[in-house]
Design a protein around this ligand. Structure first.
Ligand code: CMP
Length: 133
């Protein structure tokens, strides 16, 4: 079934100039790009986006990363897109992510892991609404 999902290419991947390769991999994997935007998050916007993680040990480091440079927000469509994208992005820690996943290829550590991918249809819609209308 066709679904929409949402991802962010994080500042660490853009700093490494990996965003072109990542977008190409998403296209080659069969995802359609419906909307795409390069933006700089201020602290408020980053905190709003990651509200569910407030207070966790990695919170400050995560907000610092997400405000350290531009991000690319992408609305994607594809077959079972939410689960398919999560699988393609890989585990949070790039070092333990499966071979062939985007985090394994482009991530650095558990915080600087190159991409965020929505974990449910509901979260995908809510997250996308912070960037697209
Ligand atoms: P993301 O999928 O964007 O969701 C929350 C982010 O917090 C995660 O990717 C990582 O960038 C960061 N993070 C850092 N440490 C952890 C951790 N131990 N568990 C989950 N997320 C973490």
């Amino acid at each position: 079934m066709k679904e929409r999902t949402f991802c962010i290419i994080k500042p660490d991947a853009i700093r490494n100039r990996s965003e072109g390769k990542i977008i190409n991999e998403l296209l080659e994997a069969g995802f359609d790009i419906l909307q795409l935007r390069l933006v700089r998050l201020d602290r408020d916007a980053a905190e709003r986006f990651y509200e569910a993680h407030r207070g966790k040990p990695f919170w400050e480091e995560l907000i610092d990363l997400m405000t350290s440079g531009p991000i690319i927000a992408i609305l994607l469509e594809g077959e079972n897109a939410v689960a398919a994208l999560r699988k393609f992005v890989g585990a949070t820690n790039p070092r333990t992510a499966e071979r062939g996943t985007l985090r394994r290829k482009y991530g650095t550590n558990t915080t600087r892991n190159a991409l965020h991918a929505a974990d449910s249809l509901g979260n995908a819609a809510a997250e996308a609404s912070q960037f697209f209308y």
